[in-house]
Design a binder for this molecule. Structure first.
Ligand code: GUN
Length: 300
């Protein structure tokens, strides 16, 4: 029996995108600015193509200016840097996103470092990561930003909560930990070498799982009443024998949802939890960047 509140990221994200669409309208009416997002896709990675298409569709749906650069997988690093330089200088572009992963011959940190930090709507630039780490306003990576919105909506004030982040990636785990710290949580970051993970989990009021292993976090690890945020998106064979035999798959998270939902007070489902928040937060970052850039270029 499911006891926990199911955190509805789909509805939350839809409401957020509606609000962003209103903000886009007023920004245009009051300041003549249309926030512009440029998405750069290198090569033909099928998952990246799907993500990028969704980003482009949703950017247009909220009334923003959407620009796409789909370039060949064998583009030289210099040519990619030149493209980023052009986008950095383009006044109608307020946000730049280079879809990851990049082909092996391209050095990802060099590319990310070339993006103007003021247009870095992914929040991956070292300047934005540094600002977040010292607790200053920054463009924040979209998935952790979305997790924080869901957590604040569920719990209100997070002050004094014990939070466990499982995973230390630069895209999710590390910025997530910084955001929880900024919200006055007591934060633990667990990773592949953490020896007492179950015990740490049993003490946590908040668990954010971002490990990329299906059903990694067991229901028995959860502290009664904890809030569980599942960032995992894992494709596994379908459970139903007929569907499995037909080669069907399903998407599951990093948490054993059925078991954890019996113990937790609230939990995000997969799909429909954190996933839909990521693009909404990308659009939120783009509007934030557009406002900041227009303030910085306004005559004083
Ligand atoms: N690839 C997977 N997730 C992301 C993301 O959030 N941003 C970018 N740029 N690439 C990704």
């Amino acid at each position: 029996m499911t006891e926990a509140i199911i955190i509805d990221g789909k509805t939350f994200s839809s409401n957020l995108r509606n609000k962003i669409a209103e903000d886009v309208k007023s920004l245009k009416k009051e300041q003549g600015i249309v926030p512009g997002l440029a998405v750069v896709l290198v090569g033909e990675n099928p998952a990246s193509q799907i993500y990028v298409r969704k980003k482009e569709e949703m950017t247009k749906a909220v009334g923003m200016h959407s620009v796409s650069h789909h370039v060949k997988a064998d583009i030289s690093q210099q040519a990619l840097l030149d493209l980023i330089d052009t986008l950095n200088r383009d006044p109608v572009i307020h946000g730049i996103l280079v879809q990851l992963p990049l082909p092996k011959h391209i050095d990802t940190p060099t590319i990310l470092a070339a993006i103007d930090p003021a247009k870095d709507v992914d929040g991956f630039h070292i300047i934005n990561a540094g600002l977040l780490a010292i607790g200053k306003p920054a463009l924040v990576p979209c998935t952790p930003a979305g997790c924080m919105m869901l957590l604040k909506d569920t719990l209100g004030n997070l002050q004094g909560k014990s939070a466990l982040v499982i995973g230390r990636s630069t895209i999710v785990g590390r910025p997530m930990a910084q955001l929880l710290l900024a919200a006055d949580c007591t934060v633990t970051i667990a990773h592949r070498y953490t020896s007492n993970l179950e015990a740490l989990c049993r003490q946590a009021d908040i668990v954010v799982a971002a490990v990329g292993i299906p059903h990694f976090v067991k229901g028995t690890w959860i502290k009664p009443g904890a809030v569980i945020i599942d960032v995992g998106i894992n494709r596994i064979p379908a459970q139903d024998p007929e569907a499995k035999a037909a080669g069907k798959t399903k998407i599951v998270g990093d948490v054993d949802f059925e078991e954890a939902a019996k113990v937790a007070s609230a939990i995000t489902p997969v799909p429909g939890g954190v996933g839909p928040m990521t693009i909404a937060c990308l659009l939120n970052n783009t509007i934030q960047a557009a406002r900041a850039l227009s303030d910085s270029t306004a005559p004083s």
